[in-house]
Design a protein around this ligand. Structure first.
Ligand SMILES: Cc1cc2nc3c(=O)[nH]c(=O)nc-3n(C[C@H](O)[C@H](O)[C@H](O)COP(=O)(O)OP(=O)(O)OC[C@H]3O[C@@H](n4cnc5c(N)ncnc54)[C@H](O)[C@@H]3O)c2cc1C
Length: 484
């Protein structure tokens, strides 16, 4: 009651003139006690920020969640600055009060790396996209999602090599590397970055590129997530892609066929020309199992390269030609469920029969149990034209990478899901490299520095000491100032 009264008085004390945030201030009619307590524990000069979503605000319960709904976290406030001045002002206040904060752009971190029970700095309003066809470059604000980028520059017949799940944020994807269907053709997302606009720990905005702060530029491309500053936007090189063809080969599931598809695909990717990329996918949903190979070819010529490798396995074949923009929906994997856990491995050589068997067992067991999970495992070819670029992305010379994700729609299924994935991981560990992809954040990995960044770790920590000596930008798997 006390809280309700206080809150009501607070509400009456506000009007459209003296409160800059009339849209979102207040107001659930009976906000719960915790929301009021949280709100009142915020320092006074941060209690009336016009671009804040407070626990007592309408919209808070949506805004506090990331894409992965597993993490039920209650931040003190979510700040969504709308311009650089507001961002700088906010950052200075957070610093002055020594407040713990996280950075969020697209909210697709797989673990709660962009969430905290402290304060969330959410970059959603930095969502400009400014293409410059003459110079074949595009400015992309930190808050943009992939869908908007693919659409905006796709209409001009240009592309950036990104992932294709449209709601993923450009920022997290790029700062961790960025692997996707155009990767073998144009490199990683971070390889197309020309410059990065960044708010640094000393409160200054700088432009970082090959000539200005080159060490920081190196670190931000592959190990930049939440460690070195707040990214405001990127300038990317755009690639002209007027024509592509997509390929989809699918089979009815049986153990022998899945083995043959793996063998054929693993041989095939060793001979693939640089303008073709491909993924091998295993899926389980609604008691159905699926194995398929998908591919993307840049250029006008027919997509015939699959025949030599797969014709004898008699797949169902679908080939389509068109623009990259037309092809994008083909790549997006949509889950019907809100909770998930993912793992990844970088593979330096082909998988042997043992781990393939383990994967087949994993899927067949889900079916035998009439399981309610959705499982999606994807092997993606690397190599091709992925350059030996000088960036912090470590496993450049991998042959492929493996991404495993398990989704569920009921919190009671979580423990079993985690157990299933962890057991799978243990079983395949002897057959795969110890390295994983930094963007598939996995809190089960304790020695994450070595696993994600290999022999780049010392250099990354050195750069961290230079630009953020007091470790203002940190989360559970960020780059520390020294080995802990
Ligand atoms: C459904 C799905 C599909 C995916 N597909 C792909 C794929 O095809 N290819 C691929 O490479 N990856 C893929 N990923 C992984 C994805 O790249 C990472 O999850 C990425 O970090 C998401 O970025 P975000 O901006 O959406 O995330 P956020 O949750 O906003 O942030 C992720 C990380 O970036 C940091 N960060 C956020 N904003 C800033 C900022 N402004 N400045 C500095 N640091 C910041 C945060 O601290 C956090 O550590 C996928 C993930 C999901 C959930």
């Amino acid at each position: 009651m006390k809280y309700l009264l206080a809150l009501t008085l607070f509400a009456f004390s506000l009007n459209a003139e003296n409160v800059a945030c009339p849209d979102n201030i207040l107001l659930e009619v009976y906000p719960d006690q915790n929301a009021c307590e949280l709100f009142h524990s915020i320092p006074h000069d941060l209690q009336q920020i016009p671009y804040a979503i407070y626990p007592i605000c309408k919209g808070y319960d949506t805004a506090r969640f990331n894409f992965n709904k597993r993490f039920n976290i209650f931040p003190h406030a979510i700040f969504t600055p709308r311009c650089e001045d507001e961002l700088v002002h906010l950052f200075k206040k957070l610093k002055k009060h020594h407040l713990k904060f996280s950075l969020r752009s697209g909210g697709h971190c797989i673990e709660p790396g962009s969430l905290t029970s402290g304060y969330v700095v959410d970059m959603r309003h930095f969502d400009d996209i400014i293409p410059d066809v003459e110079h074949e470059e595009v400015y992309v604000g930190a808050g943009c999602r992939l869908g908007k980028v693919i659409n905006t520059i796709g209409k001009l017949d240009y592309a950036i090599p990104t992932g294709t799940c449209t709601s993923v944020g450009v920022t997290g994807l790029t700062l961790g590397g960025g692997l996707g269907v155009l990767g073998r053709i144009f490199g990683l997302t971070c390889d197309s970055v020309k410059s990065i606009r960044l708010l640094t720990a000393d409160g200054k905005i700088i432009d970082v590129d090959h000539h200005n702060h080159p060490d920081l530029f190196w670190a931000l491309r592959g190990a930049g997530n939440g460690s070195y500053g707040i990214v405001i936007g990127f300038t990317f090189k755009m690639h002209y892609v007027p024509h592509v063809s997509t390929l989809r080969l699918s089979w009815k599931w049986d153990r022998k066929t899945v083995h043959e598809v793996f063998d054929a695909w693993q041989c095939w990717i060793k001979t693939l020309p640089g303008n073709i990329s491909s993924q091998l996918q295993l899926k389980y949903l609604n008691n159905k199992l699926l194995v398929r190979v998908v591919g993307l070819k840049v250029g006008k010529s027919c997509f015939n390269e699959w025949k030599k490798a797969f014709k004898h396995l008699r797949p169902k074949v679908k080939i389509e030609t068109g623009s990259y923009l037309d092809s994008a929906p083909e790549w997006a994997d949509r889950s019907p469920f809100p909770f998930f856990k993912s793992k990844s491995q970088m593979l330096n050589k082909s998988l042997s029969h043992e781990p393939i068997n383990t994967a087949i067992d994993f899927f067949e067991k889900l079916k035998a149990e009439h399981s309610k999970y959705y499982a999606f495992f994807e092997l993606e070819a690397m190599g091709g034209k992925i350059p030996d670029a000088h960036t912090a992305f470590f496993p450049r010379r991998a042959e492929s990478w493996w991404y495993e994700v398990l989704y569920w729609d009921n919190e009671n299924l979580e423990q079993t899901a985690l157990h299933k994935l962890r057991t799978f991981q243990c079983d395949i560990a002897p057959y795969v490299s110890k390295h994983a992809y930094a963007n598939i954040v996995d809190y089960d990995i304790h020695n994450y520095l070595d696993v994600y960044y290999g022999n780049h770790v010392n250099r990354l920590m050195h750069i961290k000491r230079t630009y953020d000596p007091h470790n203002l930008f940190h989360w559970r798997q960020s780059i520390p100032t020294c080995e802990e």
